[in-house]
Design a protein around this ligand. Sequence first.
Ligand SMILES: Cc1ncc(COP(=O)(O)O)c(C=O)c1O
Length: 494
Amino acid sequence: MTHVLMRVRGRLGGNCLRGLSTTSVCAKSASQTKASEPQKEIPGPVTQKLKKEMDKVHQAPAVRFFIDYEKSKGNYIVDVDGNKYLDMFMQISSLPLGYNHPDLIKAAQDPKMISALINRPALGSFPPKDWTERLHKTLIDIRPKGLSGVQTMMCGTCSNENAIKTAFMWYQRKKRGGPPSEEDLMSCMKQLPPGTPSLSVLAFQGAFHGRTMGMLSVTRSKAIHKVDVPAFDWPIANFPRYKYPLNKNVDYNKKQDTACLQEVEKIIGDRKKDKRDVAALIVEPIQAEGGDHHGSPEFFQGLRDLCTTYGIAFIVDEVQTGGGSTGSWWAHDSWKLKSPPDMVTFAKKFLTGGYYYKEDFKMNEPYRIYNTWMGEPSKMLLLEAVVNVIKRDNLLNQAGKVGKELQSYLDSLQGQYPKHLSNARGAGTFSAIDCSSAGLRDKIVNNAAQNDLHIGVCGDSSIRFRPALIFEEKHLKEAKEALSDAIASAVQSK
Ligand SMILES: Cc1ncc(COP(=O)(O)O)c(C=O)c1O
């Protein structure tokens, strides 16, 4: 084995553990370890015990580790067994500033936070007096170009769900030329037309938009999410599957775009003939859970144009891509659209869910887009601190910069292991690489954990990287050592 990693075991309790980072300070006590010869039990005994207890009263099969959130700090997560990992997955891409960021601790100690936490409002009816100001200082301040309004929601899934509902209501309002008629109101109570119209949403193979009943009909990433659940009869089109590197596969990738756009247009036409109009199209800028599949600006421009031509709402799901890791607040900024999306949904790094909308998509009647909470005021106080830190510390730029370095490292890995690794790709730190099999991918991820690096998976056999925006070059250096060793060991043991 040529790749022997000199590193510090990430176990708390030794001399190394006063600070939370794995550093050369601890080099003297470092043991030489090989990922191929695991020395720690993952998950550890304490996690296993807690998981058994949890399983008796709560769903637990997806639990990987129980975490000590007090001890986790910055880019490092600490589990209950004392294992410390450099975290490049960050709560499924959702923590913008890592663990226990001092500015967020300060924001949490603001006296305003107490009222926000203990007087949780029914936001749609009784918003706090400073709610509009809170919106301006956060979501409106960083809104995507061309979108004037924002509606907060509870999570990514319900943001998509409500954006799609909004699209249906918009579509029918356009068709009728006004609000619902008496006939609409009567017939919808029997789930009959015209009040219950036969409309559909077009989504893509490999998409992930959430797991509620409605969203499962536009989600096609993994069968386990969908199995046993009835679905709407909504159409699915192919999403481009590019070959990498992009600059060496221009013709192939262009053909992918053209074929997918033609298919979308055909589906729209067929559905219209069938009187089951496509009212909305929902798409991720990068299909994340489905395997980090990218689309080109030209592909998305084509989708925008088709939606405009056929009067369809164009919804961009930025639940995972939004919030800065691509080097921009919004991944769709890079498409340079002539006309903005009609709605953009978000959650994860924004700490609250929600969707932005064009003026035309505002609902005038009460209770059409509504639920009890519709968001969370305490999260908006934290979000204000997040937005300020991202701007002050120039973190979008940082994600772009360190992302380039991560990307070139992934390129070099696939050069080194052409039979095992391929399709290195990314935008900012939002990156991925494919493995030749799911088995190899899982070995690499487990070996990386042995080397104190926590990374994610997506699609059939991809590894995905989703570090926080505070991820720096020194963290990348550490990640490279851990990952290079993890890969070497996994490939050798195949
Ligand atoms: C693109 C995308 N849309 C929607 C969702 C669902 O968000 P949530 O888990 O907050 O409901 C996710 C979650 O991973 C996602 O990645």
